[in-house]
Design a binder for this molecule. Sequence first.
Ligand code: 13P
Length: 284
Amino acid sequence: MGLVPMADILEKANDEYYAVGGFNINNMEFLQGIIWAAEETNSPLILQASEGAIKYIGMDYVMNMVKAAVKDTHIPVALHLDHGSSYEVIMRCIREGFSSVMYDGSKYPFQQNIRLTKEVVKAAHSVGVTVEAELGKIGGTEDDVDVDEKDAKFTKPEEAEEFVEKTGVDALAIAIGTAHGVYKGDPELDFDRLEKINSSLNMPLVLHGASGVPDEDVRKAVSMGINKVNVNTAFQQAFTAKVKELFDKDPDLYDPRKYCGPARDAISEAVKEKIEILGSKNKA
Ligand code: 13P
């Protein structure tokens, strides 16, 4: 199966009240660990690459590794650009074959975010590519995107309606108290806000920064209308913890396959647990 538009995956999730993981790839081991877990659990999958990851891996390597990963797969997989910062970056990803893009105009004032997002939607939809946008501003750090706690802004339900109506986006990332990266305190999700947003928009909503959010809160958010849950840091931590454990046991290790292989398995285990929580198991 080739790549599918993310809208197809999310439409089914929205109809059937579950969420699909938007799982970030950082290198080949992440890609393999993630897709193998999704195949084993028969779950649909959104593989996502940030601009930083594309720069690190290289666009040709991203495209060809993903092509190899989905060549014989039986599950629906979308390749999604995470936090696209400009029209140019988004066009490049679409030309290369991404089936979905996120345009993150959250740093701009409301009307400008609408105008810029609308341009992306027009171009992407003309070639069948899905668009996710962000409204409000999610705090924390991811690659080069660093939003200080005091600059984070929760999504306003009344703005969300106008934003979706005017831009025509397929999925909306909302700020309800999560943050990218490692939490300083305990994350507190604003479920009342989620309820208000979901009741006025019958469309897939996206929760970013899900690493470190208690499982019961993720489950609750999914039951209240979240259909895509983004996770990166938790899998990075699983990979690194395994590498550290192996070096603690044997500091003389030198063959990368002896620690990257088990670390890849650790990612797979963590992905399978998330898939259970999101409810996407056997939804492929
Ligand atoms: P975490 O790294 O906090 O899991 O966030 C991932 C994310 O939201 C990617 O957009």
